[in-house]
Design a protein around this ligand. Structure first.
Ligand code: ACO
Length: 326
């Protein structure tokens, strides 16, 4: 059976670090609170004048370079992002042009923190269908562009970054094996951006009222995230008869260390089998999963079973079973 396999991973993290100590100077918070409640020590911040395409291009170029692939061979570019370069056109078009993927078509996927997993699943399906040979799936978010640095409930959580994966077809029993995704639009109330869309376009009033930032009711999101990330992973594992012993790594969306620990516990997975980088990057939204794969790449072996899981605004959530291909 034809499958889609990840054959290279690239990443980009802006060099500027925003530490918990830096945030203590901006809002009424403490290193102790942030570390205990979220597990975050620092996050990266992209400077003014650069957007999500800048990071996506760097991450994509690294993935292509690692595999020595000519960008002209790429058929499809999908950028997962909640912070596109512009409302339109798609950031994917800007990225494809900049990296020289002149034969490619592409689009953006916006499903909050689930964007990357949804994009990866869609690209894999296009490869399995035989319509696409080589695809780039990139998660890139400049969260600092939509975070209110006077709101202590959200500004301590998010950071900027990008990760990219190259997908190619394979006849081996590796790659994207299956996925289980879901969404519930009633969750919109708890996590959204109030203005800037068609219902409330930007105006002096929306800017004055600080409506162009992430609005989150953290406790509600937390509760759902633990339950749904574990449930989606469990459903997928059960469907394929996978037990905790079969899993080399659980790759959860990095929103909060406590959410990750609770989900892993429900799945019976010890923390040694859980990919973690939230302490260094915070929640980079669409970039957390590819950044985890990038950071743990050297520890992975061909045939390793990974369960990727996510939860985000929408609400959106899902899990994907990936068998590592190299
Ligand atoms: N520093 C100090 N105190 C704070 C801070 C802070 N940075 N933030 C909130 N507090 C206070 C609150 O005001 C509150 O005080 P009160 O009890 O006097 O009212 C107290 O701490 C507890 O607040 P909670 O919101 O209940 O804190 P909680 O333990 O839930 O942690 C957090 C908040 C980190 C946001 C957590 O709820 C969380 O991680 N939620 C889920 C986030 C998530 O998964 N998002 C999905 C992905 S994001 C996306 O899709 C774009």
């Amino acid at each position: 059976m034809r499958r889609a396999a990840i054959t290279a991973v690239g990443a980009y993290l802006p060099p500027r670090r925003l530490t918990n100590a830096d945030l203590e100077k901006l809002v009424d918070t403490s290193d102790e609170w942030i570390l205990e409640r979220t597990g975050i020590r620092e996050r990266r911040i992209l400077g003014r004048g650069k957007g999500s395409a800048y990071m996506a291009i760097k991450a994509a170029e690294e993935a292509l370079q690692k595999r020595q692939i000519d960008p002209a061979e790429i058929d499809l570019v999908i950028v997962a992002t909640v912070t596109p370069e512009h409302p339109f056109p798609a950031t994917a078009n800007i990225v494809a042009n900049a990296i020289g993927a002149h034969r490619a078509w592409g689009f953006d996927v916006e499903a909050a923190c689930s964007s990357f997993l949804y994009a990866l699943s869609s690209a894999a399906d296009s490869i399995v269908a035989g319509r696409v040979q080589k695809a780039l799936v990139i998660g890139s978010d400049k969260m600092s562009a939509i975070i209110d640095y006077t709101d202590r409930a959200t500004c301590v959580i998010f950071g900027d970054g990008a990760g990219a994966v190259l997908l190619e077809p394979t006849d081996e029993e590796v790659g994207i094996m299956d996925y289980h995704h879901q969404a519930d639009g009633s969750g919109c109330a708890f996590l959204h951006m109030k203005a800037g869309g068609s219902v409330l376009p930007p105006s002096l009033r929306t800017v004055r009222n600080r409506l162009h930032y992430v609005y989150q009711e953290g406790r509600q999101v937390f509760k759902h995230a633990v339950v749904q990330m574990a449930a989606a992973s469990e459903a997928l594992m059960k469907k394929h008869g996978l037990t905790a012993d079969d899993i080399a790594f659980f790759v959860p969306h990095q929103a909060n260390r406590r959410i990750i620990e609770a989900a892993a516990q429900r799945l019976g997975l010890p923390m040694e089998k859980v990919m973690l980088n939230i302490d260094r990057y915070g929640n980079t939204t669409s970039a957390t999963l590819p950044l985890c794969l990038y950071d743990y790449e050297s520890q992975l072996k061909k045939g390793d079973n990974l369960i990727l899981a996510t939860f985000g605004g929408g609400f959106t959530w899902g899990a994907l079973w990936l068998r590592w291909a190299y």
